[in-house]
Structures are given as structure tokens and as C-alpha cells.
Ligand binder design. Structure first.
Ligand SMILES: [Zn+2]
Ligand SMILES: [Zn+2]
Length: 316
């Protein structure tokens, strides 16, 4: 226990020092300035070549999304996520050690050429993330968290940042094991992360970027728009889950790539009543889950001596 407390403290202090260094010392490997540069680049595209010309430069919820960037990328890690995830990783390693597993890497790509390492890491990670994204839509309680991202009604680059911080926990936890099985370096991860971040920004940018046949491979603002459509082109759980690649949607039949690009109404059923403020949006899924739990308890009935509850875990 003392060991975990020490890790918690060291991670917290380490991340604070890292943030301080990053802000004061611009450098090529400096995430803060890359993020700013990418954002300014995408915003310039919106200013110079807007797709929806009538949309204001400071569109609806622009500042809300800007705050999400600061919170999701820095504050959330600072106030505890970074430290807790370090403790989680250590506890997981200890757990594995108790069953005799000391080494998770089963596919060591450290000796491969740089391009092959980066490509492998990128493709594996994107496929894992595509599956996690589908889970966020299909599992009722996960959808309550993901709704925050889908509450965007006017699309712009900063909408990329609007997601519930718990999504970071879901993504990092679920992708940890598959990625830990590949032996890659931190620099590889940094480069792949930056590349996917850039494409993610572009996907939300108010710019027309027709890719022709490449659209079956790469996600872009036109295809991601359909992912955010209020009226889904196909019922059930949605289309175009690819974060960077459209390839998985194309291969597994969840893609929607119409020939004609047109703008669609964004959101989901009931978006009009979804909270508009940051803290209310953060609280929303927890409040909703608590309410479900209370309703389930109230409605629980005894049928022939067995307990049955209502089917309340439906995404709405
Ligand atoms: Zn989604
Ligand atoms: Zn999106």
C-alpha cells in the first residue's frame, strides 16, 4: 500500500513539473505547443475555406469546447488521472506477477524499421479504438458518457475536445493490454498520438475536404459529420465509427459514404434538453445512472419467488 501511495505522490509531482516545463520551454517534442499549433491550423482552415459559410467563427459552444481542451488534456491528468493510472498499471503488473506473468510483450517490434513500427502501432491502435468507440454507442451506460461528445450541434475543430473525461479512462484502460503486448517506444507512441490527434481535429473542422476514393480509407469532415447526424442514416447504433481510418467501417459494414456530401442536423434525440454547461454535462451520466438505479429498485418485482427488474439500461 505504501508503494502505491509513493507512486501516487511521485506521479502527481512529476506531471506538475512536466506541465510547468512544457509551458515554459517550447520544443519539437512539446505536446502543449503541438496541440496549440494543430488547433490554430484547423481554425485557419475554417476561416479561409469554411464549408458551412453561414457559421460564425466563434460558433455555438466554442468557449465551452476550448475549456474542454484545457480540462481533458491537462487539468484532468493533473488533478489525479495521471497518478491514478500509474497506480493502476503497477497494481495490474503486481496482479500478473502473482500468476507468474512478468512480461506482457508477445510481439516485440522494437527492432523493426521506424516506418514499420509506426505503421503497426497506428493500425493496431486505430482498430482497438474503433471497437471501443462502437462499445460507447452500443452499451447503454457507456452511451450516457459519450453523449457529451454527441451534444455538439454546430461542428468546428474545437468540438473534437468535447468529451466526458471518463472516456479517457475507458479508452486507456481498454487499449492498455493490446498495446502493451506490442513492444514499442514512447517516441513511437508520441508520433502516432500526434498524427491521430491531427486527423481527429480535421474531422471536426468546418472545411470541405473531399478525398475521392481515399474516403474509404481515411476519416474526414464529411464522413465524420454523418457519425454526428441526429437522424442516423441507418437505424440501430450509428455509422462511421473510425477515429482516423474509415477502413474498418468499410470492411465491417458500418460505413456511410454517400456520393453527395451534404450537411445534416447534428445531435441525438433529446439533445435540446441536454445540459449546456460544463459541470452539468460532467455530472449528467452519473445522475442518469443513479436515476436508473433508483427506478430499477422501485420497480423490482417478485415473480414466483425470483426477482426481476425492468429493462432500463436503454440508450436514450
Ligand atoms: Zn461517437
Ligand atoms: Zn466527433
Amino acid at each position: 500500500m505504501e508503494k502505491y501511495g509513493q507512486i501516487l505522490l511521485e506521479s502527481f509531482l512529476g506531471f506538475s513539473a512536466y506541465l510547468y516545463r512544457e509551458v515554459l520551454h517550447p520544443h519539437w517534442t512539446n505536446f502543449v505547443y503541438w496541440l496549440l499549433a494543430l488547433s490554430l491550423f484547423c481554425w485557419s482552415l475554417e476561416i479561409l475555406f469554411p464549408w458551412r459559410k453561414e457559421q460564425a467563427l466563434f460558433r455555438q459552444d466554442f468557449w465551452l469546447d476550448a475549456f474542454y481542451m484545457v480540462f481533458n488534456f491537462f487539468l484532468f491528468s493533473l488533478i489525479g488521472y495521471n497518478a491514478l493510472s500509474d497506480v493502476g498499471v503497477e497494481a495490474f503488473r503486481d496482479l500478473l506477477a502473482t500468476v507468474g506473468i512478468r512480461h506482457l510483450v508477445i510481439w516485440d517490434i522494437a527492432d523493426w524499421p521506424v516506418w514499420a513500427r509506426l505503421l503497426t502501432l497506428f493500425v493496431v491502435r486505430d482498430f482497438v479504438q474503433w471497437n471501443i468507440h462502437r462499445l460507447l454507442h452500443r452499451v447503454g451506460w457507456l452511451w450516457q458518457f459519450h453523449k457529451v461528445h454527441h451534444s455538439v450541434e454546430e461542428m468546428g475543430f474545437a468540438a473534437h475536445f468535447r468529451y466526458h473525461p471518463m472516456e479517457t479512462v475507458f479508452y486507456r484502460t481498454l487499449e492498455y493490454i493490446p498495446l502493451a503486448m506490442i513492444g514499442f517506444g514512447l517516441t513511437d507512441f508520441f508520433i502516432v498520438h500526434l498524427f491521430t490527434l491531427a486527423i481527429g481535429h480535421l474531422n471536426h473542422t468546418n472545411v470541405y475536404l473531399p478525398l475521392g476514393r481515399l474516403t474509404y480509407l481515411l476519416a474526414n469532415p464529411q464522413t465524420h459529420m454523418w457519425h454526428h447526424a441526429k437522424e442516423l442514416p441507418r437505424p440501430a447504433h450509428g455509422v462511421n465509427f473510425g477515429l482516423t481510418l474509415n477502413l474498418w467501417d468499410y470492411l465491417f459494414g458500418t460505413g456511410h459514404f454517400p456520393k453527395e456530401d451534404r450537411q445534416v442536423t447534428l445531435g441525438f434525440d433529446g439533445v435540446e434538453t441536454f445540459p449546456r454547461r460544463f459541470w452539468s454535462q460532467l455530472r449528467y451520466p452519473f445522475t442518469k445512472l443513479r436515476r436508473w438505479h433508483q427506478v430499477a429498485e422501485r420497480q423490482t418485482i417478485r415473480v414466483n419467488g425470483t426477482t426481476a427488474g425492468p429493462d432500463v439500461y436503454k440508450p436514450t
